[in-house]
Design a protein. Structure first.
Length: 111
């Protein structure tokens, strides 16, 4: 599979996991563990070396750094991931349309 496509799919999955983490009763620990499994998977790591330098690749690397720092509490890491993945420029680079939920999330301070 094309490395750039793998990056796009991974970032979209991560965005979905973040939004799913907002449901009542879902802990930030579960969200953190799901994101950690996604970002630190062997498939994603091998893709990073084969992909060309694009905005989504840099966002993925930054997200990996946020999740890999063992000194952060899960909620702090999830909050940092919101600031990385809930970005209108990233949405444009991924070809996704602006999402009204994201605008509401920014207004309410969800990230």
């Amino acid at each position: 599979m094309d490395p750039n496509r793998v990056i796009e799919v991974t970032l979209r999955q991560a965005q979905h996991i973040l939004w799913a983490g907002l449901r009542p009763g879902r802990s930030s620990d579960l969200t953190f563990n799901d994101l950690r499994s996604l970002f630190l998977s062997p498939n994603v790591n091998s893709t990073l070396s084969a992909a060309s330098d694009t905005f989504p690749l840099f966002a993925l690397r930054e997200a990996q750094r946020a999740i890999a720092a063992g000194s952060r509490e899960p909620q702090v890491a999830v909050d940092l991931l919101w600031s990385i993945l809930d970005d209108p420029w990233l949405d444009a680079a991924l070809g996704t349309r602006p999402n009204s939920r994201r605008k509401i999330g920014r207004i309410l301070g969800w990230r």
